[in-house]
Every structure is written in C-alpha cells, then in structure tokens.
Design a protein around this ligand. Sequence first.
Ligand code: BG6
Length: 483
Amino acid sequence: MENSKTFSLNDHFLWGGAVAAHQLEGAWNVDGKGISIADVMTQGANGVERKITDGVLDGENYPNHEAIDFYHLYPEDIKLFAEMGFKCFRTSIAWSRIFPQGDEDLPNEAGLKFYDDLFDTCLKYGIKPVITLSHFEMPYHLVQVYGGWRNRKMIGFFTKFARVVFERYKDKVEYWMTFNEINNQTSYDMTFSLFTNSGILAKTGEDPEKLMYQAGHYETVASALAVQIGHQINPNFKIGAMIAMIPIYPASSKPADIFKAEKAMQIRYWFADVQVNGRYPDWLVKYQQNHHFDLDITLADLDVLKSGPVDYLGFSYYMSASVAASESDEPEYGYKENHKFVKNPYLAASDWGWQIDPQGLRYAMNWLNDRYHLPQFIVENGLGAIDQLEDDQTIHDAYRIDYLREHIRQMELAVAYDGINLIGYTPWGCIDLVSAGTGQMDKRYGFIYVDKNDAGHSTLKRYKKDSFYWYKKVIQSNGRDLD
Ligand code: BG6
C-alpha cells in the first residue's frame, strides 16, 4: 500500500507561496508606474465577468488599483511568510513599473528600486524570490498603440524588459518564468483570456483563434530569446515555462471520448511543447495549414525556438476537466475550450465551480513528466473560498487545509513512487488578494486573511488563519506532518 509518510522530500525542497504583482501590490500609479492591462479591468462577481474599459474611467471600480497595498505593506507580509517558514516566494515584476509605457528606451529607476528592496527583504529571511516576468499585466500603452501581442514589435519590448531585470537582479533571483499560464488563451473565444494573456481585443471581423496562434507564436519566440539572454547574463539562472495544467479526461471509456480528450490535451499544451521541445508539434503545423491562418512565422523564428528551451516546467494545478465526444465532431476536432467540458460525476467542485481532484495532480505530474522529462515546479495550487473573520479575529478554514493536504499527499506520492523531480510547491494567493478571474476579494486563497471585501469595507489589516499554523507545521516537517 502506498503511503506518503514513508519518505520525505529532499532538504532543498522549495516550500513557499505564490502571488502576482497586479493582484496584491496596488499603488497602480505610484513612483512612475504606468497603467497596466489589469488597471482597466473592473470588479466582477461569482459568475459575473469583469469589464475591460477603454482606459481608466471615472466612476468605475478597479480592484487592482489598491489591491492589498503590498507595495507599502510588504515588510510586514514577508515577515509573516518567514514565520510560516517559507523557503521561496513566487511573485511577478509589474512590467509597467519598469517600463511604464513599454516602448521607452530607459527603465524607471523607482520601479527597479522597489523590487531591489522587496527581494532584499525576502533574502534577509532566507526566502528565495521566484519571479514571473509577465503575469497578466503588460503595459496598457502597448495595447493601445501596438494592439498587444498581435504585433511582432512586442518581442523586442518584452526582451528589453527581460534583459533589464535579469541584469539588475542577477545576484538576487535564480528561478524565473517567462509568461504566466501562457496556455490560458486557448480559451480565445472568451474576450477575457486573450486580453489578460496577450493584451488583445479582437475587432469585429477578426478571427480570435488566428490572433491567439499569432500571439502564442510571438510569445514563444520572445520566451526562447529571454531564456538565451538570461543564460548569458547568469548561467546559473533556471528559467521555466509556466502553464495552467488542467488535465482533460475522457468522459467515458468510449474510444471517441478518449480520442477527443487527447485532441483537447494537444490543443491545450502546444505552448509547452514549443517551449520545451523547441519545435511546433506535427498536428499543429497541419492544423494551421488546413485553416489557412497565414501566420507570420519565419524560418529565423523557428531557429530561435530551437535555441531557447526552458530549464524546468512551472505549472498551476487547481482542477481537472472532462470532455465527451458528440455526433457533430469533425475529424479534426476543432474543440473550443470551456464550451465542451462536461461535469465529472466523481468530483465535487468549489463554490466557483472548479472541480476538486487531488489525484488529478499526481496524474498531471506523470503526464507532464512522460511528455517533457523536465524538473517540475508546482507554482500554484489552492482553493478559492469565502472565509469568515470571527469576533475573536480567528478564521477557521478547515476546507482549505483539507484541499491542500490532499493535494500535497498526491504530490508526495508522485515524488516517492513515480520518480518526479519536483523543485518546489507554492500554493496560490498565500495572502488574500484580488482574484484574477472575477476581480473579487471575497474569493480567498490565503493563509493570511486581509480585511477587505467586495462590498467596499477595508482596513487592510492582516490576520492569521488556521491554515497559517497548519502550513507552518507542514513546512517544518518537510511535508511529513500533514494532519
Ligand atoms: C491562475 C492565475 O489562473 O489562477 C492567477 O495565474 C489566478 O493569477 C489564479 O489568480 C486563481 O484564479 P482566480 O480567478 O480565482 O483568481
């Protein structure tokens, strides 16, 4: 019988937590920061999409503008992470703090200084910063003037940004990732994901699928160039890809269901195929030809892709999904994300409808290992839930502990029995922050409660949840004590 208690993770295992700049920093227009795409997204609700406005408009509610004001309060927050025993802290660098418009020649010194101070504070406690270059927050000016990643010029803007921060933080940061959840834009028919991933709003008559393939191409080229630049600046850098890992299961053992799930996985993971293998998968070459997308992909680009493979695979894991074949499926399976998912009768879901599937994490790790043969880093995992701050200032989030415990158990089994080379584990939103999907504060993931809610109440005070003490014990025991 497999038992996760029969082993321990290695002593260098990177336990920590993950966040993204725009979801917690706030200070959206402070110290020279430019407007980012997250700054023009309003607050939504459970089941209500966020609006993307035409610039920052009076009278709209933009939750990322203040977020949890980590920009000013981070010394207190990092201290709390240290108290939990964090070995690493995953965050992103807000591109618009460094290049407020994105197309300037020179960076904004105040922005660079902020991350110097932040990283120094982490390092003071022995916490390694793990940094995403682009996490859903490119400068908005690049959207307005260049149309976002539909434009080849973005490769130059991104690599300039990457070079500047690699140079500046070469002695402070070892682990990097290029684009957060680069494959989320597979659901290109939802306006939201093309915008957050690539700063693209499809115009009337434009084919969002074609735009997604073009943006994805430029981004994978930019990612490969960034890997090369980073390794030149510091050969010890570990630069990873970052994908949203949602295993897509067949709804039944019917061969047509199984094949459809296989096609869905191909479509969802081609980005990582390119970033790891340095080449387009065969099915995608054919698919793009058959669709006459007429993309701007040059032979020189294909050489770049070959020469900048990533060092490791970072991924988020929250849930699994399932698909069923239907009579109308064509031989090519032009499958559209989200629209074709069916409910898995064996799984419960969060209040936001995300199916909870701890064993799916072990499945995912195996699938990724068989496909990519790279070290893995689980850089997001967690449960978004409503928490209650009690009168005595405690928060009893047993449901979050249960979720994390079961996922950690599966992660440990994957290391112990499946030979997965796992670098670390950083649960998402280790401190409550603004939800990327809905813009809510009430959808909480943290070990640390932040006193701010969707209705507008806000003291920004921090409180330790029950999960804070639990996670501290998990880290102290290097994953042995999960009770
Ligand atoms: C991932 C993102 O998609 O999931 C994060 O990388 C995001 O930015 C997280 O916050 C959870 O999603 P949500 O919509 O609950 O914030």
